[in-house]
Design a protein around this ligand. Structure first.
Ligand code: C5P
Length: 482
């Protein structure tokens, strides 16, 4: 009797297993014939065996399966703890997670790429300028394909390089070119860990959304005592697994939900050279687009002219004027959610002479001693137009930058523009535009929340949680209405 036949009989026989797994008995007979359980049925067999309390370790690899194909890139940098990353490789290899490994030059002083290659049964990448590697798996592929990049151990040097955007080897280049979730597990001498430079780098990286597995405190290999010890590889592995599970849930939260986001300023030309615009970097809107994309939403970002890099999202449309922005939003409807974070220029300025004559704006307006006047022409209000149209998305969110009476002004916008939520901030100190931090309050019809000052990334994360609540409430209302 082959192994799979023994396994099936331990689990109650062909008929019972087929019934429990809701598949045809002939499929089970086939497994027995070829002595193999297909990969997509491993998890079900494992679950059945644990329900029946049957130990199947000798019959089926008891891998820790995750629900979707997942790729981890492990970067090993050079420290005394480098060898402990070998245990992490061994633990990951017990799962069905796809693993690639990159080593820095100094890591290779502690462990050899050959050892890593034989453990991972796969080439270990070490070189940024390898002709052979670049043709097969170039550094951009290595940076883009993983879901998680785990740097373990992460040295003070690697943290400093990442914090300052250095890309002088394969590991640092990948980290800079990646959209993936990055998790660092630092390990270093306690004095290095507490050094102001490392503290500042740590804070910078945290603010950019990089996650940390904090080092342990205790006796160090160097003989000193303090914080900086590499955590137990098992606990790192467990943290990564729980992170993956959390991610699996979050990455499907907005599955099949379409979201339109306006961001950045719009500009209105006065003549071929001059224009009028609003103060806005686009950072907050871009962070929201990026967070919603991570949670599985189909995001269309409609952006005015900005000087920051575009986020990773399904569709990006670049516009200049308020009218172009309105047209683009309208063309993208219907959509489940609309988030208007753009600072839309409220007026077009039409230049006139003192005697109220129009000036030719097809060519550059010449500087003369005659007084130049401007007539204002109101731009369409995108938020209000869409939220009062018959294609109004289920949830409409507006932003409100105020210099005074924040709560009152935001509330009156909430009502007059017919929106579900206004994210308001006080810009009277001029510190919000272009900054990485934001202090916002949320205004709803029956709710007001003042949020702590936090990074725009963190505002985006919390706002997306709020949007999820709004959508859940909307869907429930919808069910009760039916
Ligand atoms: O009235 P106010 O400009 O302060 O309203 C701000 C909100 O309205 C923001 O959500 C902004 O994106 C939106 N808005 C718009 N079209 C305009 C002006 C503002 O969509 N022309």
């Amino acid at each position: 009797m082959n192994k799979i036949s023994q396994l099936i009989s331990l689990l109650g026989g062909t008929g019972a297993v087929a019934e429990k797994l809701k598949i045809q008995p002939s499929a089970i007979s086939n497994w027995k014939k070829v002595n193999k359980v297909p990969n997509n049925k491993h998890q079900a067999v494992l679950e059945l065996s644990s329900q029946l309390n049957v130990n199947i370790e000798n019959f089926l690899p008891t891998k820790n399966f995750v629900n979707f194909k997942l790729k981890i890139l492990l970067i090993i940098s050079g420290g005394i703890a480098s060898y402990k990353s070998l245990e992490i490789i061994r633990l990951i290899k017990k799962t069905d997670i796809e693993l690639d490994v990159v080593m820095t030059k100094s890591a290779q002083k502690f462990i050899s790429p050959l050892l890593v290659t034989s453990l991972n049964e796969k080439k270990c990448y070490v070189d940024l300028f390898s002709v052979e590697d670049e043709t097969k798996m170039n550094h951009i592929n290595l940076a883009r394909s993983p879901d998680i990049i785990l740097v373990a151990p992460a040295t003070a040097n690697l943290m400093a390089k990442l914090a300052n955007g250095l890309a002088d080897d394969l590991a640092s280049t990948i980290l800079l070119a990646s959209f993936s979730k990055i998790i660092l597990a630092p390990s270093m001498n306690p004095v290095m860990w507490n050094n102001l430079a490392t503290r500042e780098n740590y804070k910078k990286l945290l603010d950019r959304g990089i996650e940390f597995i904090e080092p342990d405190t205790g006796d160090m290999a160097c003989g000193e005592n303090g914080t900086g010890r590499f955590p137990d590889p098992n606990s790192i592995f467990e943290l990564i697994l729980s992170n993956i599970k959390e991610n699996q849930i979050l990455s499907n939260q907005f599955k099949d939900i379409s979201i339109l986001i306006t961001a950045g300023p719009t500009i209105e030309a006065i003549d071929p050279i001059r224009f009028v615009s609003n103060n806005s970097s686009g950072k907050q809107g871009f962070e929201i687009a990026s967070e919603l994309t991570k949670r599985g939403a189909k995001v269309t970002l409609i952006s005015g002219p900005v000087s920051i890099p575009f986020p990773n999202c399904e569709n990006i449309i670049q516009v200049k004027t308020a009218q172009e922005m309105l047209d683009s939003v309208s063309q993208q409807l219907p959509s489940d959610i609309l988030i208007c974070s753009a600072a839309v220029a409220d007026w077009k300025l039409i230049p006139k002479t003192k005697s109220n004559n129009k000036i030719d704006t097809n060519t550059k307006i010449k500087k003369t001693n005659e007084k130049l006047l401007f007539e204002t022409l109101k731009n369409p209000d995108i938020l209000e137009t869409i939220s009062k149209s018959n294609l109004r998305p289920k949830i409409v969110i507006g932003f409100s930058a105020e210099t005074d009476n924040l709560k009152k002004n935001a509330y009156s916008k909430l009502i007059s523009k017919n929106v579900d939520l206004i994210v308001a901030n006080d810009v009277s100190n001029g510190k919000v535009f272009g900054a990485d931090y934001n202090k916002v309050c949320l205004v709803e019809k029956n709710n007001f929340e003042q949020w702590e000052i936090q990074s725009k990334k963190s505002v985006a994360f919390n706002l997306v949680n709020k949007i999820n609540d709004l959508l859940t409430n909307y869907n429930q209302r919808d069910i009760y209405a039916k």
